[in-house]
Design a protein around this ligand. Structure first.
Ligand code: SF4
Length: 705
């Protein structure tokens, strides 16, 4: 008999509603759920990968341990959960007792925020370890956003969301939502929303070194030299000041410090910025004027401006532009969500620089150190050296800068355990791998992405399949490890309740509960009765009440980014003339873990070096010819792809490839192995202000070969 299940796709930030039909235990179709109030039936080609992931023969179903064959090579052997959990707890406890908490390193990958059990239960283990050596994908991604929000709004998660459905003018930098479906911006069906914006007379302007899929659809596109976005944003802000276009409107009573910013940036004129960024001064002034005169406008930037040398400065300037034009917290501008499970009100605000990494003295953010420092913390002897690693749903060998250095570093560990369903480029170094149930075998609530969504909605997804006998959910693994690890130290630990029970408590404390007097009267039961989700309405203005700053004011003159202007001036004055490497995203890919599904990787090779024909001619490189790309950190060899969609002086390699490393168990991915762009990104090339990796704008040399 055919059953129909409704659930959220958790693969990317868009959290599209799905209708999954199952017959006799097999998935027979995956379609968009038209009743979902957020995604309205939209899905992208990746949705079907949920089936591929569930059925993938390479996905581990049981824990494995690494064993050494007689010839010295490694192999994997299935073991019982008892042995896997006990050995892990014992080895971690042994190293903890001998060398201290900091001898254990932790790295959590991006999928850990897409599986709610990983979020709700990781501290069931980590609260017993309390290591300073915690790392995650945040510092190769959105760390500059969190830091900016902490400085301006008093909370790392007060992230302004572009209200695209009600805007008139959208200035977008370094983002390609047509491929990503939104990032720090849950926006399913973005193509239709951009078309609707243009149809109602609005404008989308895209700034990007590549004419992306989004730029193709935009009203206007400008190429920009990688790493110079901060100069452009400063020139826009400067124009707002000098042409008397600043109007903070409804924000006026609780915004201060803009005068100090105006004074500090007088030298960043449109003419000065034009010399560096490649956009003419008149065009820059036009961007400022258009944004100022729009009834409702948005300035937004993502990966291209976040993961570069001046990522934090860029994100801070983006918010100052939204404030200076009165577009923050205004319908059609950049707004704050009101999620049913409110991790802003209910969670820690975050902090910065409270401790530093041992070797390079890089600052922590929210108790995590920059991922670019992980390898050196393993490799450098001395007190506090990492001797054991826990990785959760992460593949930092492919996703953090100078992956080869980390690859070698992981080899030197005394013990490594990975909570992961795959033997990938990182987990191949583990001694034990603990695979959780497949996503379709557990329930899910999107703690992270309702917080970032363009409309307030809520939904819990029940499992599609029963949990197989003898398997454990991710949260059960954390509970078990916490109890066993504490036990080895002679302490007692209690298991946390199941994640849905924590959601029930969060809903009761949230803004739509009966206790709070909301007519929605949300409970877990009510969510389960509405599997397509419940609409809670558009984003609402909510400042200054929702500010977390001590005095309920937004202080625009944050000292750290103001001081960082000196670093930008020095960088602009010191152009090395080298080609600049940027990444690129494809709608059929998502970081490193979507390449083992035939229907997502079939077709033309996508892991190519995209290069402008003028640069190819200057370097004697032919279209589809082999090239070597070198940086301070390393070298890769791949095929060149000629394209006028990329600006001269810039080359691009997509990230997440490089699956040919020995021992990786991903049969399809290995046939489409490609190279890892993070073999040539540089762990020393950072946004010095935050410690975020600068994987865009990396200086490289290219030659035929
Ligand atoms: S856009 Fe994202 S959430 Fe929607 S179907 Fe595709 S992968 Fe899933």
């Amino acid at each position: 008999m055919t059953e129909t299940h409704y659930r959220a796709c958790h693969l990317c930030e868009a959290i599209c509603g799905l209708e999954i039909k199952v017959d006799d235990g097999k998935i027979i179709s995956i379609k968009g759920d038209k009743k979902d109030p957020l995604s309205r039936g939209h899905i992208c080609p990746k949705a079907v990968a949920l089936q591929d992931l569930h059925e993938d023969p390479n996905r581990l179903r049981k824990p494995v341990k690494r064993v050494t064959r007689d010839d010295g090579s490694s192999d994997w052997q299935e073991i019982s959960w008892d042995e896997a959990l006990d050995t892990t707890a014992e080895r971690l406890a042994e190293i903890y007792q001998r060398d201290g908490a900091n001898a254990i390193g932790v790295y959590m990958g991006n999928p850990s925020v897409h599986n709610y059990g990983m979020m709700t239960h990781q501290n069931a283990l980590f609260s017993h370890i309390r290591t300073d050596n915690r790392f995650s994908a945040t510092s190769v991604d959105q760390l500059p956003h969190h830091l900016t929000c902490l400085w301006l709004f008093g909370h790392k998660l007060m992230l302004p969301i572009p209200d695209i459905d009600r805007t008139d003018y959208f200035l977008m930098l370094g983002a390609n939502p047509l491929a990503s479906n939104g990032s720090i911006w849950t926006v399913p069906d973005v193509r239709k929303r951009i078309k609707a914006l243009k149809k109602r007379g609005g404008k989308l302007v895209v700034i990007d070194p590549r004419k992306t899929e989004t730029a193709e659809l935009a009203s206007e596109h400008h190429f920009i030299t990688p790493g110079t976005d901060a100069a452009l944003l400063l020139a826009i802000l400067n124009t707002l000041f000098t042409e008397d276009l600043v109007d903070t409107g409804h924000l006026s009573d609780f915004v201060s410090g803009l005068d100090a910013v105006a004074e500090a940036i007088t030298d960043f004129t449109p003419e000065m910025a034009a010399e560096h960024c490649g956009i003419e001064a008149d065009a820059i002034k036009g961007l400022a004027r258009d944004l100022a005169k729009a009834d409702a406008g948005i300035c937004y930037g993502r990966m291209g401006v976040s993961t570069q040398e001046f990522g934090t400065l860029c994100q801070w300037l983006i918010q100052l532009i939204n404030i200076a034009t009165g577009n923050l917290d205004k319908p059609g501008g950049s707004m704050f969500t009101s999620p049913a499970f409110d991790s802003v009100a209910g969670g820690g605000k975050g902090g910065f620089g409270r401790h530093h990494s041992r070797v390079r003295k890089l600052p922590e953010f929210d108790r995590e150190l920059p991922a670019a420092a992980l390898a050196e913390e393993i490799l450098t002897p001395g007190e506090g050296q990492i001797r054991a690693m826990f990785t959760g749903a992460g593949n930092p060998v492919l996703s953090t800068p100078n992956g080869r250095q980390l690859d070698s570093a992981l080899e030197t560990l005394e013990f490594m355990v990975s909570l992961d369903p795959y033997i990938n480029e990182t987990t191949r170094h583990a001694d034990i791998i603990l695979p959780p149930t497949s996503p379709l075998e557990h329930d899910h609530y999107d703690i992270s992405f309702h917080l970032l969504a363009i409309r307030n909605t809520t939904r819990i997804s029940d499992p599609v399949f029963e949990k197989p006998a003898g398997s454990l959910h991710d949260w059960e693994i954390f509970n078990e490890l916490g109890i066993r690890f504490a036990g080895k130290l002679g302490k007692e630990a209690k298991a946390l309740p199941a994640p849905d029970q924590l959601i029930a408590m969060g809903l009761a404390a949230g803004p739509y509960s009966e206790q709070q007097g909301s007519p929605h009267a949300l409970t877990l039961e009510k969510l389960r009765e509405n599997p397509s989700g419940i609409d809670l309405g558009p984003m609402q203005a909510q400042l200054p009440q929702r500010l977390f700053t001590g005095d309920k004011q937004i202080h625009c003159d944050s000292p750290e980014p103001l001081a960082d202007l000196a670093r930008l001036r020095a960088s602009l004055a010191d152009n090395d003339g080298k080609l600049k490497l940027i990444g690129r995203r494809h709608v059929r890919s998502n970081n490193s873990w979507m390449h083992n599904f035939h229907r997502l990787v079939k077709g033309k090779d996508r892991c190519t070096l995209m290069m402008h024909p003028h640069d190819m001619a200057a370097h004697n490189i032919e279209d589809q010819g082999w090239v070597n790309v070198r940086s301070r950190a390393g070298e890769v060899r791949l095929k060149a792809q000629s394209s006028t969609d990329i600006m001269p002086g810039v080359v691009s390699i997509p990230h997440g490839y490089g699956h040919s490393r020995e021992g990786v168990r991903a049969d399809i991915a290995r046939r489409h192995a490609g190279v890892s762009c993070n073999d040539i990104t540089d762990e020393l090339w950072l946004d010095a202000l935050s410690g975020n990796a600068a994987v865009n704008g990396v200086p490289v040399e290219v030659s035929a070969g």
